[in-house]
Design a protein around this ligand. Structure first.
Ligand code: GTP
Length: 414
């Protein structure tokens, strides 16, 4: 039987609902911890994000199941040696001291083994499955040993030890149905291990009606298990849905919905952080990039084309400003910003290359190729001139204004 149990357990899999969880109703996108930072926002489209989050969802559910299984199995394991000790005490512990030491010692060892199975700090799916299999294996060995012990008490120990063991079997079966309901197959097997051996002994002896009553009680346990399992899964999925909703709201508050770049709110925080990190040998620059005559694009090609143009421009920005420390954002409308870890000369050079390439390579917007130019304000944060991030921003914005005034499609120094 143990072999059969093991074979079944080795086939334990992440249920379909776990492996690739459906996104919640009306859910567009949510974010992982890593994607919450500006750097995470800069490179991920909403579609990528949805897929990443759906894959993560299955992992989250499995890890939560592992945590809860460890917690519940750990506590339950110690009741078995205590129950065996009580049964031996009822029979006269001194007379049965060697048997008691063997049974109680083995059950204690198994309870200790349960405590050793713990989720690591960053478990992966493979590790979580392995640990779940190990834990359920220990639970099944414990319940099989208890079942055998319960039957043995009828044959060997004097009353009331068999009665004590029998009552504990009922309590263990019900506890399994209620608390170890995370997986149905191993839990059903554990209940059978605890209950069936005593039933067979009772049936074989004179207490057939007690055996029948016991069988009915066991059926009731299995029904309880089914309900507990359903409730457990519902709760788990509900919690995951809530997590996804929370992540979605958090992402929406940080990411621009159209382009997937960080939004103005996130930009403000990133700029304050960057300005605060300026130190000797570490320069911070800012580019403000504004599309030239964007209204004309909207008016001639329509708003949809205007939107597509903004999305394409955001992609170009992402691709161009992809060095460590670069933070491209959409400030709003047709205005973008880039925070760079660079001095003004390098920032100016990179801005000019971006502007030149954009003007030279038409963008594909809704089946048409259009040439878009931008004006750019560029400046380096200088603590002597800029009191704070706002003053710095105002300075660079003024440079952008001068670029527009000077005829557009150019970069101006702050
Ligand atoms: N399609 C689209 N248009 C937008 C969006 N946000 C703002 N706009 C439009 O962008 C246009 C900006 O026009 P202006 O501020 O006059 O700027 P401009 O036409 O680019 O002119 P200059 O900046 O002076 O070169 C307005 O027509 C806005 O309606 C958006 O998300 N999508």
């Amino acid at each position: 039987m143990v072999a059969a149990v093991r074979i079944r357990l080795m086939g334990m899999h992440v249920p379909a609902g776990y492996a690739g969880r459906r996104p919640c109703k009306g859910e567009a996108a949510t974010t992982s911890r890593e994607a919450r930072c500006v750097g995470g926002c800069r490179g991920m489209s909403s579609d990528d994000f949805i897929h990443q989050r759906a894959a993560q969802s299955g992992r989250n559910l499995l890890l939560q199941e592992l945590r809860e299984t460890c917690e519940r199995a750990r506590l339950g394991g110690f009741f078995y040696p205590v129950a065996a000790l009580l049964a031996f005490s009822a029979a006269g512990i001194y007379a049965w001291r060697w048997q008691a030491a063997t049974v109680v010692g083995t059950l204690l060892l198994l309870a200790g083994l349960r405590c050793l199975v713990r989720p690591s700090a960053t478990p992966d799916v493979g590790e979580a499955r392995r640990k779940l299999r190990r834990l359920w294996g220990i639970v099944l060995v414990t319940t099989a040993l208890w079942g055998a012990f319960g039957a043995w008490t009828f044959a060997v120990l004097p009353e009331p030890a068999p009665l004590v063991a029998l009552l504990f079997s009922g309590a263990f079966g019900m506890a399994l149905a209620h608390t170890m309901c995370m997986r149905t197959t191993p839990s059903v097997l554990a209940i059978l291990c605890v209950m069936v051996p005593s039933q067979l002994v009772l049936w074989d002896g004179v207490a057939r009606w007690v055996a029948v009553m016991w069988a009915v009680y066991m059926l009731y346990m299995l029904m309880v298990l089914r309900r507990s399992h359903r409730e457990y899964r519902t709760r788990l999925e509900l919690e995951e849905d809530l997590r996804q909703q929370r992540d979605l709201f958090e992402r929406q508050s940080r990411v621009d919905g159209l382009t997937g770049l960080a939004n103005r709110r996130e930009f403000g925080a990133a700029l304050v952080r960057a300005v605060g990190s300026v130190a000797p040998g570490r320069a911070i620059s800012l580019l403000i990039v504004d599309v030239d005559h964007f209204k004309h694009i909207n008016d001639t090609l329509g708003h949809l084309a205007g939107d597509a143009c903004l999305v394409a421009l955001a992609q170009r920005l992402r691709a161009h400003f992809a060095e460590a420390g670069d933070v491209p954002v959409r400030l709003g409308g047709e205005e973008f910003g880039v925070v760079l870890e660079a001095g003004s000369a390098k920032a100016f050079d990179r801005a000019e290359r971006f502007r030149d390439e954009l003007a030279a390579q038409p963008m594909q917007v809704l089946d048409q190729a259009i040439t878009v130019t931008v004006s750019i304000g560029c400046g380096q944060f200088d603590p002597a001139r800029h009191d704070d991030a706002d003053a710095f921003y105002g300075d660079v914005d003024a440079a952008l204004y001068r670029a527009k005034q000077a005829g557009r499609n150019r970069t101006e120094h702050a």
